[in-house]
Design a protein around this ligand. Structure first.
Ligand code: GTR
Length: 362
């Protein structure tokens, strides 16, 4: 057996506070999340900020089949995030996908109606957000530019959601990923005020760094009904102890603001990590989870993403057998995985499968 398998097995057997996915319990989940917060992503302060949710504008698109809205969420009286919402027209209480976007809401569509938040080209990311496919399937889509909650820069945690709280920080303080995950929960909560959406059926989804965020948001916040991680890699679905592709040392060096300072201790010392990413996936149980990789995305370690999902599956009482080939899937229950043929991205091929799973589960 390879060394890393031995190490992981040993860490599972020695339980406290690390939980063996097969012995999943609400208590084990709580303890595991505490360790992830302290040692990996960072702990956020208590939620004592004001929240104001306001409809800003509305329009009808796709020959009246879809209603598009922009809502403003103001936190702590000073930070405003703009949520772009697509709703299948004439329906009440539909399930929804909620995910952050990388470069601005206006990158989803060329239409000048969408508020432009920066100089990125309109419609640049439209291939990643198949609005018609999603709304035709009976789902709403809600997205916010991640920078609205925290600019993706190592800029001292003075702005974004961090700036809403006292500036004192230590080794376990929240990084940008926890800031984004916290922001996602704030939006999920506000969706309770949107009659067209059933807020008990919100799927949190994300690609790459925002896939790491979706996993962390979904693991922490039990009110998310389902979690989808697309090509999330290191600090997402990939096992850190494999040290394949992007490593803990490298990610903290290039993106020092993403995680808690504590996570840096494990660079080149992955074997001393008190938790690994399969346990984060297990924290999502009993809610459905879907992890996906792309065959040419070696940086995100597709095998590591599959193995973490497979190792987490006992938390649902499920098993995944062998790693699927490119273009294939594994699992037909609450734990699913697929390997898309191609590069690091999120495509219609991925969305087709997510929609199919979400329809079954919700
Ligand atoms: C890469 C980073 C990955 C992944 C990716 C992305 O540069 O190394 O962890 O998050 O960015 O978010 O596109």
């Amino acid at each position: 057996m390879k060394l890393w398998i031995l190490l992981l097995t040993a860490s599972l057997v020695s339980a406290e506070p690390v939980s063996d996915p097969a012995k999943w319990s609400p208590e084990a989940r709580k303890k595991t999340l505490e360790v992830f917060a302290r040692e990996v992503y960072g702990v956020n302060p208590s939620d004592e900020v004001s929240r104001v949710w306001k409809l800003d504008r509305e329009s009808s698109i796709m020959e009246g089949k879809v209603v598009r809205r922009e809502y403003l969420l103001t936190l702590g009286g000073s930070l405003t995030a703009r949520a772009l919402v697509f709703l299948p027209a004439g329906k009440k209480a539909v399930p929804a996908f909620l995910g952050l976007n990388f470069r601005g809401n206006h990158t989803l569509e060329e239409d000048e109606w969408i508020t432009k938040s920066n100089e990125e080209a309109r419609g640049k990311a439209k291939g990643r957000w198949p609005v018609k496919m999603i709304t035709d399937a009976g789902f709403a889509l809600v997205t916010v530019h991640c920078d609205d909650f925290d600019p993706d820069e190592d800029d001292g945690f003075k702005n974004g959601v961090h700036g809403l709280f006292p500036p004192k920080r230590d080794e376990q303080s929240w990084g940008t990923i926890t800031g984004w995950a916290w922001g996602l929960s704030q939006v999920r909560e506000q969706l309770e005020k949107v009659a067209e959406i059933d807020a008990s059926k919100v799927v949190v989804i994300g690609h790459s760094r925002l896939g790491k965020t979706a996993l962390w948001a979904g693991a922490r916040d039990e009110k998310f009904a389902m979690v989808i991680s697309n090509n999330s890699g290191c600090g997402g679905a990939a096992l850190s102890q494999r040290k394949k592709g992007e490593t803990v040392a490298r990610i903290n060096q290039v993106f020092p603001h993403w995680f808690a300072k504590n996570f840096r201790k494990y660079g080149d010392k992955e074997e001393s990590l008190p938790v690994d990413q399969h346990q984060l996936i297990a924290c999502i149980a009993p809610r459905p989870v879907y992890v996906a990789s792309a065959s040419k995305d070696r940086w995100a370690d597709p095998e590591g993403e599959f193995l973490a999902t497979k190792m987490a599956a006992p938390a649902w009482g499920e098993t995944l057998s062998k790693m699927p080939g490119a273009g294939e899937s594994a699992g037909d229950g609450k734990v699913r995985y697929h390997l898309r043929d191609g590069k690091h991205n999120i495509t219609e091929w991925d969305w087709e499968r997510y929609l199919e799973a979400a329809k079954e589960h919700l």
